[in-house]
Design a protein around this ligand. Structure first.
Ligand code: UDP
Length: 342
């Protein structure tokens, strides 16, 4: 079986990707130190893949421990690198922690790839690299914008490091995947979004308010220049997003890349406002949400959504789910996840 190393493979997007890889005939092993995920999530993953999930509980900022994974697995064909700190507010107050972790673990994994002849690499990037882009939808040619926070800057820097690395190593192939707003969960509700730190993203906040785990929520700003005044984002179902990684592995393995560092936007190309997301949740799930219309949140941009044509045409990736599927699966997960966090 073709073996893939998924760093951060017990996190939100990582765990869904492990399952999608398995569904498509790959053997996915992970390296995850549970810095922001529950250990028990491996039970959900194992259940879905039908065998015990193999995870290395290691800190990838330590080069020797990272090397051991490659030494013990000489048959790794590709690395998908998710492992990173992802909290925007924390990255603003503690930038050094973010640079230290997100850049050091990337450097260590890249170094091991060359040393152990792993020539296929997929990087978890973000639409945050575009900053507050003027022309929407953004394409892969939209230039980097001013980063809104240190987290976003670690993604910009990560991409630049990989570019330099690809230039210096012509036989090394990378794909940079820029995610828009991942949300929702696996349809089985056996895995889903379950960070240890407090949720700051819209969809899990909606489900936590609906379940009573959170008292109330606010729509952050209703005076933006959008169709209803609230911010527009491109919400992408986590299973569609996960599948794009499997497609990216196929793309590299089949040698279909024109250059050795390719970039793809992963969104559905449809902007949804905060109020529309709330309405979709209420309608599909028949649950009333306790929310208020609040002030803008610092650092938010009015609107961003993808032009996903390149990923659709070149990776042959077609997202199948929409905002209704997202809020339905997120709500199913919210009502099923107590076993995980007890
Ligand atoms: N948002 C909101 N209330 C919340 C959380 C988020 O109105 O309690 C809005 C936020 O202002 C943004 C959108 O929902 O316009 C998506 O926010 P999220 O943090 O999920 O993603 P990001 O800001 O990274 O795009």
């Amino acid at each position: 079986m073709r073996k893939i190393l998924v760093t951060g493979g017990c996190g939100y997007i990582g765990s869904h990707t492990v399952v999608d890889l398995n569904d498509n005939g790959f053997q996915a092993i992970s390296a995850d130190n549970f810095s922001n995920s529950y250990r028990k999530i491996t039970e959900g993953i194992s259940d879905l893949i039908g065998k015990p999930h193999q995870n290395y509980d290691v800190d990838l900022c330590d080069l020797d421990t990272t090397e051991r994974i490659f030494q013990e697995n000489p048959d790794i064909e590709a690395v998908i690198h998710f492992a990173a700190y992802i909290y925007v507010p924390e990255s603003v107050t503690n930038p050094i922690r973010y640079y230290r972790n997100n850049l050091n673990n990337l450097l260590n994994v890249l170094e091991c790839c060359v040393k152990y002849n792993v020539s296929n690499f997929i990087f978890s990037s973000s639409c945050a690299v575009y900053g507050d882009a003027e022309d929407l939808p953004v394409t892969e040619n939209t230039p980097f914008g001013e980063a809104e926070c240190s987290y976003a800057r670690t993604k910009q820097m990560g991409e630049l490091i990989i570019r330099d690395f690809c230039y210096a190593n012509p036989s090394f192939n990378a794909v940079l995947l820029r995610y828009f707003n991942p949300a929702g969960s696996h349809e089985s509700s056996k895995i889903g979004e379950a960070p240890i730190l407090e949720n700051t993203h819209l969809v899990p906040i909606i489900t936590e308010v609906a379940s009573g785990h959170r008292e109330k929520m606010a729509v952050y700003g209703t005076d933006y220049p959008t169709r209803d005044g609230s911010c527009i984002r491109d919400y992408i179902h986590v299973m569609d997003l996960a599948h794009a990684h499997t497609k990216a592995v196929d793309f590299l393995k089949e040698g279909r890349n024109d250059s050795n560092c390719e970039v793809f936007n992963l969104g559905i190309g449809n902007g949804v406002t905060v109020l529309e997301a709330i309405q979709a949740f209420e309608k599909i799930n028949q649950v009333k949400l306790n929310y208020t219309l609040g002030e803008r949140r610092a650092g938010d941009i009015a609107a961003i959504y993808a032009n996903p044509t390149r990923a659709q045409e070149i990776l042959n990736w077609t997202p199948k789910r929409n905002i209704e599927d997202i809020v339905k699966s997120a709500w199913d997960w919210e009502r099923n996840k107590d076993w995980l966090i007890q």
